[in-house]
Design a protein around this ligand. Structure first.
Ligand SMILES: Cc1ncc(C[n+]2csc(CCOP(=O)(O)OP(=O)(O)O)c2C)c(N)n1
Ligand SMILES: [Mg+2]
Length: 372
């Protein structure tokens, strides 16, 4: 398909605190003061979430998951923003936020149950302050905005230890009506929500140029709240920008749109073949901006870690991946009738009738196992 006519947008300007060579860069508005241990633990989380993601992709390829949406390339955007959340903050993810899920302290087996089709996700969204994965593109931005309006009404905003909300979505989702409606509501009600857009350059096969003629973060201006673009492959900048936006929201200063400029290194999901719609050149260009390599280079440059340390992290990640694999294979198949269990909180005539119909059908099989 022909590209739209006109001048392409200029090269992105973004907040960066760590360049692709692993060198610290100063920024007038954003700073960080991590301890040596915190730098190392950021690296740990990046490596672990990438390793778990690779294991999930392998499990899908071996027929153990129905589908998997990989986060490969987006680790820094997710770990940086995920670690910027305070315990009381609420997050609303898409289907790709495995790195944020990990930062929330949720057992990494949880999303595998969903993608294996044996449960609905499994974690307690309220207890863990992490809503269920949302496949309906952009819908969670409305959920997040409503939730944010709710906590403001409950008086949980405007104090030092107030609460804030983050809504994750993609570049493609920015074209959805839901997202634009969420922007309007968040703006006029001054809702304490941070809209965190991972611009990974694609919505399945549709490139960014099919979503917008202006940089995505500038959309916020038209809705009346600030927008900022961050280098999404820089975990330090992703952390600093998200932390600042969340703190503004919790202090009662309303929403912010963050565009984390990044790249989806793998396929959209395991059902997709990206070689059909993008060239290898751009993938290789983005490989040079790898989020893990640059933090590793920084740790080496600053003398914070050596080969032995890196080997230890790799071994730990491998062991965790093996554990998650074993746990995935051991997930019990649900009984078919359990699908009706939580459709409504109260008994419901239609659900009761449908349940009875399926039960009768299943009883028609001699071997109950065979009915599954
Ligand atoms: C309302 C709705 N429309 C269409 C789809 C099909 N769909 C699934 S993922 C996707 C692309 C989303 O792209 P983006 O928002 O950039 O997120 P990414 O997958 O790149 O993280 C589409 C169109 C859907 N799930 N929901
Ligand atoms: Mg995208």
């Amino acid at each position: 398909m022909a590209k739209p006519a006109g001048t392409p947008p200029p090269d992105p300007e973004f907040v960066q605190l760590l360049n692709p060579e692993g060198k610290r860069v100063e920024h007038p508005d954003y700073t960080i003061d991590f301890t040596d241990d915190e730098y190392r633990s950021l690296y740990h989380d990046l490596v672990v979430v990438r390793r778990l993601d690779a294991e999930a992709t392998a499990l899908q390829r071996q027929g153990e998951l129905g589908i998997w949406a990989s986060l490969l390339g987006q680790e820094a955007a997710q770990v940086g923003s995920g670690r910027a959340l305070r315990p009381q903050d609420m997050a609303f993810p898409t289907y790709r936020e495995h790195g944020v899920l990990y930062c929330r302290g949720i057992d990494p087996i949880m999303p595998l149950g969903l993608f294996r089709g044996v449960d609905q996700g499994g974690w307690d969204p309220i207890g863990m302050k992490f809503a269920m994965y949302t496949i309906v593109i952009g819908a969670q931005t409305l959920h997040a905005t409503g939730y944010a309006m709710g906590i403001a009404m409950d008086g949980k905003v405007g104090t030092e230890d107030g609460e804030a909300v983050v809504a994750y979505f993609g570049d493609g989702a920015s074209s959805q009506g839901d997202v634009n409606e969420a922007f309007v509501w968040a703006s006029v009600f001054h809702a304490p929500v941070v809209f965190f857009c991972q611009n990974n350059q694609y919505a399945i096969s549709e490139p960014l140029e099919r979503q917008t003629r202006v940089p995505l973060f500038q959309r916020a201006n038209g809705f009346g709240f600030p927008g900022v673009r961050v280098d999404g492959n820089d975990v330090l900048a992703s952390y600093a920008v998200t932390r600042a936006a969340l703190d503004q929201a919790r202090a009662g200063q309303g929403p912010t749109l963050i565009e984390a400029y990044t790249y989806r290194m793998g396929a959209h999901t395991t059902s997709d073949d990206p070689t059909r719609y993008r060239g290898n050149d751009e993938v290789e260009l983005w490989r040079t901006r790898d989020p893990i390599a640059r933090l590793r280079a920084h740790l080496v440059r600053e003398g914070l870690a050596d080969d032995e340390y890196f080997a230890g992290i790799d071994a730990e990640a491998d062991a965790l991946a093996a554990e998650v694999r074993a746990a995935c294979l051991a997930l019990p198949d649900p009984h078919p009738l359990s699908m009706f269990d939580h459709a409504y909180s109260e008994p419901h005539a239609q659900v009761t009738a449908e349940r009875a119909e399926l039960a009768a059908y299943l009883e028609g099989f001699e071997d109950e196992e065979a009915a599954r």
